[in-house]
Structure formats: structure tokens, C-alpha cells
Design a protein around this ligand. Structure first.
Ligand SMILES: C[S@@+](CC[C@H](N)C(=O)[O-])C[C@H]1O[C@@H](n2cnc3c(N)ncnc32)[C@H](O)[C@@H]1O
Length: 284
């Protein structure tokens, strides 16, 4: 039997031949997944012989990755802000930019208490769960139009032992009662064209309904901005993750609904997040 080092090299070469950019890293991660160990332990075992009975499983994993299935769907989980988040094809794989948003929110609120948070389009539950963990006294309501996504989010709440969150099927704010100190959403905001031009990992495997919105990617953002005010407390804040190129249109649309618009950059120095305050359509 070949050594693990040889198998690793063959795996890397196979993934390279399929055009996978991070072929070495992905090969290491797939082998680590196969052996249920981390990359450091894998490296310490490289002189061991490969176990023959594991070869078909490895081939299957490599075939899936070679077919451009995202590594996160293959291994079935991802780390998000220190939480272990199950991901499957019903949910978007949480992005690093969204972790940055959690950082920004935490520094924005500092030690101020926060009572209630509404996470719109929760998907895997990543945002709602990270905030629920950081603000343990807050009550979080996390909604999504997809019941399948919510089933995964629910598993993530249980797996991470987070109890101050509940889940509900909803078309954005329709049927949501009460008011919230923070409404947060990373809604679909790609145009059809951007989706068609996206890499295969996204186009072939992630749910299109989580990514694409009509009206040049703005339809869902506008729907949320147009209806969120009545579900915010007086000092409440609406926070959105968006595409920076949309900020001018969003600022112009939001004038009718909010008194304060703030655009925030991500670590790549691109406009990415929108903070909206002073809702004009508060129900008093
Ligand atoms: C970009 S994903 C964000 C997922 C997750 N919040 C994250 O940041 O990783 C958008 C989410 O919005 C949900 N969604 C799409 N249309 C919706 C609607 N009309 N009402 C509620 N949720 C919706 C999708 O199912 C998807 O889970």
C-alpha cells in the first residue's frame, strides 16, 4: 500500500488536474476528514500506509470535489465565529465577510444591552446563532422562507447548545409581530447575470434562491428596507449585508424610510454593509 504522503500527493495532482486552485489544501482537508483528524495530526501520520479499505471512500470524496462541489458541503460543516455550523445544500455556506459583520456589530454595541434581534433569511442560522451566543440575554427570532433551511438552522442551535433563539418560516417581515432592537439580514442580492458568471461551486451547488434577487439584485433589499421600520424599536437599527456597488441605489431608496444611512467597508476595503437608523414609518 502507498504511504499517506504518496496518496496525498496523488490526491493533490488529481484536484489540480480538475482546476481546483487550492488543490493541496483541499486534498489535506479531505484526507483529514476521512481520518476524522485535524491537518496537524494528518501530517504526523504521513509515513503510515494508506488503509486499503478507505481508498474507495477517498476516491468518492475527490470525485465530488473534482466536480466542483464545495469542500464545506462535502465535509458537512464549517466554523463560523467559533461555532460549528452544519451546512447542506439547503443553505448558503456562511461567508467570511459575514463574520466580519458580526465583529462590526459587536464593536458597535460594545457592552450596551440588547433585548431582541430579528435575523431575516437566517439560512444555516449563522448570524442569529453567533449573535445569540454573544448576547446571551437577547431573544433572537430567526426566519427564512425555506423550511429546509430552518431545519438545518435548528440542528445548529441544538449542536451549539444555544437556547435564546427561535425559528419561524416567514416571507421577510410578513406575519412578524412585535418590535426588535436590531433587524439584521444578509439577503439575496446577486443579479441573474452575476449568478451565471459565478464559479461552479456557487452556481452548481448553492441554492439560487439564497443568492439571486430581481430588480438588479435589489428587490429583496428594497422589500426589507420598505417594511422593517414598523418592526423596529425607536432606537432600533436595520443592518444589511449587500454588494458595495448597490450602495448608491440603496441610500437613495432608503431616504424615504430611514433618517440615517451609513455605509461600512469590509476588510477588502469594499463597501459591504449598510446600517439604517431613525425609521420614518414607526408605529407609535
Ligand atoms: C444570502 S442567504 C443568507 C444566509 C445566512 N443568513 C448567511 O448569512 O449565511 C439568504 C437567505 O434568505 C432566504 N430568503 C430568500 N428569500 C426569502 C424571503 N422572501 N423571506 C425570507 N427568507 C428568504 C434564503 O432562503 C437564504 O437562506
Amino acid at each position: 500500500m502507498p504511504s499517506l504522503a504518496e496518496v496525498l500527493k496523488q490526491s493533490e495532482d488529481f484536484l489540480k488536474s480538475k482546476g481546483i486552485a487550492a488543490a493541496k489544501l483541499d486534498a489535506e482537508l479531505l484526507l483529514s476528514y476521512l481520518f476524522r483528524c485535524n491537518r496537524l495530526s494528518l501530517r504526523l501520520r504521513l509515513h503510515d500506509s494508506m488503509e486499503e479499505h478507505l481508498l474507495p471512500q477517498l476516491q468518492q470524496l475527490l470525485f465530488r470535489r473534482g466536480n466542483r462541489e464545495p469542500l464545506q458541503y462535502i465535509v458537512g460543516e464549517v466554523d463560523f465565529y467559533g461555532l460549528s455550523i452544519i451546512v447542506d445544500r439547503n443553505v448558503l455556506i456562511p461567508r467570511h465577510e459575514t463574520e466580519e459583520l458580526i465583529d462590526i456589530i459587536i464593536s458597535h454595541f460594545g457592552n450596551r444591552p440588547i433585548g431582541s434581534i430579528l435575523d431575516l433569511g437566517t439560512g444555516s442560522g449563522a448570524i442569529g446563532l453567533a449573535l445569540a451566543k454573544h448576547f446571551p440575554k437577547a431573544n433572537i427570532l430567526a426566519v427564512d422562507a425555506s423550511q429546509n433551511a430552518l431545519s438545518t438552522a435548528q440542528k445548529n442551535a441544538i449542536g451549539n447548545e444555544i437556547t435564546n433563539i427561535r425559528f419561524m418560516v416567514s416571507d421577510w417581515l410578513e406575519g412578524i409581530d412585535g418590535t426588535f432592537d436590531m433587524i439584521i439580514s444578509n439577503p439575496p442580492y446577486l443579479t441573474d447575470e452575476e449568478f451565471e458568471n459565478a464559479q461552479d461551486e456557487i452556481k452548481k451547488f448553492e441554492p439560487k434562491s439564497a443568492l439571486v434577487s430581481q430588480n438588479n439584485g435589489l428587490a429583496d433589499i428594497f422589500k426589507i428596507i420598505g417594511t422593517a421600520g414598523r418592526s423596529l424599536t425607536k432606537d432600533g437599527i436595520l443592518i444589511l449585508e449587500t454588494n458595495g456597488s448597490q450602495h448608491e441605489s440603496i441610500a437613495s431608496f432608503a431616504k424615504n424610510y430611514f433618517g440615517k444611512f451609513e455605509s461600512m467597508r469590509d476588510l477588502n476595503d469594499k463597501n459591504r454593509f449598510v446600517f439604517l437608523q431613525n425609521p420614518r414609518n414607526l408605529v407609535s
